[in-house]
Design a protein around this ligand. Structure first.
Ligand code: 5GP
Ligand code: ZN
Length: 138
């Protein structure tokens, strides 16, 4: 538990939250600034700042939990789609520095756009990056 971390405090139940699920490893609660109806956050009780720090066991459990919560959102709210969003670092939009996953139910006509701009890449650069990452991962 990190003393100055708001999600540590929420996960431990020291700050109230609209909790929809809790077990010994996680708390899942509704985001206080929902992007859409049912936007919720999966938060491990242990403090990890971001994906780089997260251990494999917690990472696995978090995604399994995401499947359970996603089905509940679909069954209860009848969403037409769902985005899983997970930000790391301020440049990527992280504002709370305790690892968490956003589950954002999507509705036809919700007007939300999470699509990033993409364009065809330079194949030489793609191959160069591929080699660097393959070497790192070996
Ligand atoms: P991030 O930008 O770090 O990916 O996401 C942080 C999220 O936490 C934001 O969507 C923000 O609305 C939510 N949030 C921040 N403080 C609180 C809080 O005290 N309670 C709840 N329920 N959500 C919070
Ligand atoms: Zn924390």
């Amino acid at each position: 538990m990190k003393d100055d971390c708001i999600f540590c405090k929420i996960a431990a139940g020291k700050i109230p939250s609209a909790t929809i699920y809790e077990d010994s490893h996680f708390r899942v609660f509704l985001d206080i600034n929902p992007a859409t109806k049912g936007h919720c956050l999966i938060v491990p009780k242990e403090h990890f700042e971001n994906i780089y720090e997260l251990d494999a066991d917690t990472a696995g459990k978090a995604f399994v939990l995401a499947t359970l919560i996603s089905r509940a959102l679909k069954n209860v709210l009848g969403c037409d789609g769902l985005n899983v969003v997970q930000n790391n670092g301020p440049i990527a939009g992280q504002s709370v520095f305790h690892f968490h996953m956003h589950l954002i139910p999507r509705y036809r006509d919700d007007g939300l756009s999470l699509l990033v701009e993409q364009e065809p890449g330079d194949m030489e650069e793609i191959q160069r990056i591929r080699q660097l990452l393959k070497d790192e991962l070996q």
